[in-house]
Each structure stands twice: as C-alpha cells, then as structure tokens.
Design a protein around this ligand. Structure first.
Ligand code: SF4
Length: 270
C-alpha cells in the first residue's frame, strides 16, 4: 500500500523474484540475536549491533485509518518494505525486495499519531515482513510511548527478532501458510515452516493476543492440508483459524491464471 493505493499484501501474497532472497536480511543471514547459532563465534559489536532508530524503518506505505487490520480497533497501518519469502499468492510483490528503500519517512507516522490522539486505538506494523527490520522495535516503542496500542502482522520469518520485540506488541495477526512440512510450496523458501511455527510458539509463550490465519491457495493446498494445519494448531491449543480466500488482484499474471484454473477445476462436476 502506498498512501493512496495501500499495499494489501501481507501474508496474503508472492512472486519469485531473484532479488527477494538477496541481501543482509536474506534467509539464512543471522540476525544479531541469532549469531550464536550454528556454532558461529560471537561477533564483535559493530554498527549492525547498535540499536536502530525508528527513522531507519523502510516504509512502503501508510494507511492513516483502517478498521480491518486489527479486529475491533481503529488503527493506522504501516507497511514495511521487504520480505524474505516469495509466496505464490503475494498481492503486492513490490513489497518483497529487501534492498528497495522506503518511500515514507517515519516522521509521517509520528505526525499522524500526534494528530490522531483519541481517534486511533493503535498502529499496526504490516508488510512485507516487518520483523525483518532492526528498526521495528524502536518504532513500536515510540508508538507505545505516545499512548497507542501496537499491532503486528507477520508471517513469522524472523523468530529471533520477534522474541526481541514481542513485549512491545498488544496483538498479532500471524499467518500460518501451510502444514509445517509443506511451507516451501507457498513461500519458495526452505525452512520457512520451522520459522513460522517457532514464531507461533513465541507469541503463545508471551501470552499476546493472536489471530492465526491461513490464506487458502487452491493451487497448492487441499482440504486435507487445511485439516493438517488445524491439527497442528490444535496441538498448541489453538482452535480458531481464520481462513482467507486467495484473490487474484495484485498477484503475478501466471498466478492469477493458475488460481482461475484451479477454481474452474473445482467447480467441474465429478
Ligand atoms: S510473507 Fe512476504 S511474500 Fe508472502 S505474502 Fe507476505 S509479503 Fe508476500
């Protein structure tokens, strides 16, 4: 969403573009909190370890008022640039590239919430994948300090960062895209399922209110797959799953065609 045509991707969307998995935040690149994993020696403190300012947040779009991004709340929604995944149904592939700079300064968010005190309940950080960016925590803290609630839309691609910022979050909309072992069919990224379910466990352990949702992509997921997702959630005590219909708008043309073909096939009498 830009300020006019809001990116409505998030975790509803995808497009396999080579640039999506390149860069310092690409999958497999350790985040600060992940540096001890895999036997890596602790890194010396460097610029990447310094706290990031809210002004460093790369923002692709800002919707000043939304009643549908956090159930029951009136919010402003910030769309963070960049996502490490490449979902089949991504509705706004322009938000995927991680090297694309933001087009909206965080100052616009500051100015907006200063004007909307008493009118907005909170700010939702969406994307793209907002947990990709180190500046997210600082941005969330500013929003909280200004007296607003903080919502987060995430696919759970960066559990280490989620663990760092979950204490600043009041509500999470978490996408569970597929059964854990089948994630790459949607995201085109290996190990994405493990990260998403680790993120789910972090949210549950933190006791933060969460809405779990699945975009049902009929080019990939069957009814049995959705049943498997429900079973995996039930193991964690989650018995309510919001199902979202995959939509063709904003997706790559080949996906829109595949979606149409899948729907036609499903409508054929046996
Ligand atoms: S996780 Fe990333 S690629 Fe997938 S739908 Fe969301 S923004 Fe698009």
């Amino acid at each position: 969403m830009t300020t006019t045509a809001a990116p409505r991707p998030d975790h509803l969307s995808a497009d396999p573009r080579p640039g999506a998995a390149v860069g310092p935040d690409a999958p497999g690149t350790p985040l600060p909190g992940e540096r001890h994993r895999g036997g890596l020696a602790p890194a010396a403190a460097g610029p990447r370890d310094l706290p990031a300012s809210s002004d460093a947040l790369a923002i692709a779009g800002l919707v000043p008022m939304s009643s549908c991004d956090w159930p029951g709340k009136l919010v402003a929604t910030v769309f963070a640039q960049g996502c490490p995944w490449n979902c089949t149904y991504c509705h706004n592939p322009d938000l995927i590239p991680t090297r694309t700079e933001g087009v909206i300064p965080f100052q616009r968010v500051r100015d907006l919430i200063a004007k909307r005190a008493g009118l907005l309940d909170g700010v939702v950080f969406s994307g793209g994948e907002p947990t990709r960016q180190r500046a997210l925590g600082a941005a969330m803290r500013e929003v909280r300090d200004a007296g607003f609630g903080v919502g987060l839309h995430t696919g759970g691609a960066y559990p280490a960062r989620l663990r760092e910022i979950i204490g600043l979050v009041d509500w999470v909309g978490l996408d569970i895209k597929a059964p854990r072992g089948d994630y790459a069919k949607i995201t085109r990224v290996a190990s994405s399922g493990a990260k998403a379910f680790e993120s789910l466990d972090i949210v549950l352990a933190a006791g933060v209110e969460v809405q779990v949702r699945t975009t049902v992509d009929p080019t990939v997921l069957s009814d049995d797959d959705v049943a498997r997702i429900r079973a995996e959630l039930a193991e964690r005590g989650i018995h309510h799953l919001v199902l979202q219909e995959a939509r063709p708008d904003g997706t790559r043309p080949e996906y829109a065609e595949a979606l149409l073909a899948a729907r036609r096939a499903a409508a054929q009498p046996d």
